[in-house]
Write a protein that binds this ligand. Structure first.
Ligand code: NAD
Ligand code: TYD
Length: 377
């Protein structure tokens, strides 16, 4: 079969990447989708079981730092679009091991840009696009000027009765980058390289910066799946500091839908912020998770509140993230689809119904499984 386009999605075996791959494989049968992933601890092909046999899907095990391999895949497969998600993504790991973050997020992105340039430049970049997925954390941290929260001057479907804004300022696309963690510094650097390839070589690029995602298939080192798993096993819930830090949460499928829209309709060289105007203090999320998980497990709602354990704060812990996504809403008509309560309920339910996935991922069983298939990791 002749495909209309060939799109390479990097990091497709990870949390967000697997939702993006699934969406593109299902929605675009006339596109060939190549999932290029190194399968680090965070990559898991079980996340894509339901699409692995689709005729328009192909998996390639490769490291984004392997320039020669990237060159051959982009050239031989005639890749004309790249959606780049592969990265080291956990702030706590970056504090312990910043080199790995610089290697993958900076050098890996640069290798991918160089390989794409080598193949696409001779074609005049015709119908080519390098779409880089980044984070709101590159903007640094906002102040918490309204600790009790205020009703924000906007409305969105993601908002809810409890929805509040905890400060007057939001991250907009024109803000100066002020990353604080090694993770956000490495992502900021990769964003700069992507834009430099547009400005220097004329490569068509788009960058998007999204807020915290939640939903199925997130590796249980991140707040929401870690805590659901711990409540399930009645293990302590380590809340950093006083739990006062604010994050802006978006359901992962809403992010994947935004990526689809921007890939097809976004303006080249533009940046779009993606978020649902949905700020929550960590401690309020944790209490909500306990109530929902208890109820779904048939326990008395809230009986596990005593699992909350305040622990030493994360070094350099950013106080507040809040994305202003009005450019994306105004220019491309995107809106988040889910109320947060609905999304949290769906998410907790998914983890509880997929306890086997959680157990395998936390036990490292899946690492052994793929060792046989792909010859070691
Ligand atoms: P994840 O950690 O769940 O998945 C990362 C994937 O990249 C894994 O499949 C891993 O195997 C792969 N990978 C890592 N190093 C690689 C390498 N050297 N070569 C090839 N593949 C490699 O991450 P995620 O949460 O799905 O995040 C995906 C992207 O979205 C990242 O770029 C991240 O910065 C960005 N992002 C994440 C969030 C969030 O809340 N999770 C928010 C905004 C932006
Ligand atoms: P995380 O899911 O690691 O995402 P990020 O650091 O990219 O925002 O953490 C979300 C928030 O939860 C963050 O403020 C740190 C906090 N947190 C805890 O309090 N305890 C934990 O065990 C974890 C993993 C996170």
């Amino acid at each position: 079969m002749k495909f209309m386009r060939t799109i390479m999605i990097t990091g497709g075996a990870g949390f967000i990447g697997s939702h993006v791959v699934r969406r593109f494989v299902r929605n675009y049968p006339d596109y060939r989708i190549i999932n290029l992933d190194k399968l680090t601890y965070a990559g898991n092909l079980a996340n894509l079981k339901d699409v692995e046999d689709c005729p328009n899907y192909k998996f390639v095990k490769a490291d984004i730092c392997d320039f020669d391999k990237l060159l051959s895949v982009i050239r031989d497969e005639k890749v004309d679009g790249i959606i780049h998600l592969a990265a080291e993504s956990h702030v706590d790991r970056s504090i312990k091991d910043p080199f790995t973050f610089a290697r993958t997020n900076v050098m890996g992105t640069l290798s991918l840009l160089q390989a794409a340039k080598a193949v696409w430049e001779p074609l005049g970049y015709k119908n080519c696009l390098f779409y880089h997925i980044s984070t709101d954390e590159v903007y640094g941290a906002l102040e918490l000027t309204h600790p009790e929260g205020i009703e924000p001057p906007f409305s969105t479907k993601a908002s809810s009765e409890q929805h509040k804004a905890y400060g007057d300022k939001f991250f907009t696309e024109d803000l100066k980058y002020m990353p604080h963690s090694p993770y956000s510094a490495s992502k900021a650097s990769s964003d700069h390289f992507v834009r430099a390839f547009h400005d220097t070589y004329g490569m068509p690029v788009i960058v998007t910066n999204c807020s915290n995602n939640y939903g199925p298939y997130q590796f249980p080192e991140k707040l929401i799946p870690l805590f659901v798993n711990n409540i399930r096993h009645r293990k302590p819930l380590p809340v950093y500091g006083r739990g006062e830090n604010v994050r802006d949460w978006l359901y992962v499928e809403d992010h994947a839908r935004a990526i689809d829209l921007i890939f097809h309709k976004g303006e080249v060289a533009e940046t779009y912020n993606i978020g649902g105007f949905n700020e929550w203090k960590n401690i309020d999320i944790v209490k909500t998770l306990i109530r929902v998980t208890d109820r779904l497990l048939g326990r008395a709602e809230g009986e596990d509140m005593d699992l909350i354990t305040y622990v030493t704060d994360r070094a350099g812990h950013d106080l507040r993230y809040a994305i202003d996504s009005s450019k994306l809403q105004r220019e491309l008509g995107w809106e988040p689809s889910l109320q947060f309560e609905e999304g949290i309920e769906k998410t907790v339910k998914w983890y509880l119904e997929n306890g086997e996935w959680l157990d395998q991922v936390t036990s490292g069983e899946y690492l052994k499984y793929y060792e046989n298939m792909y010859g070691g990791r």
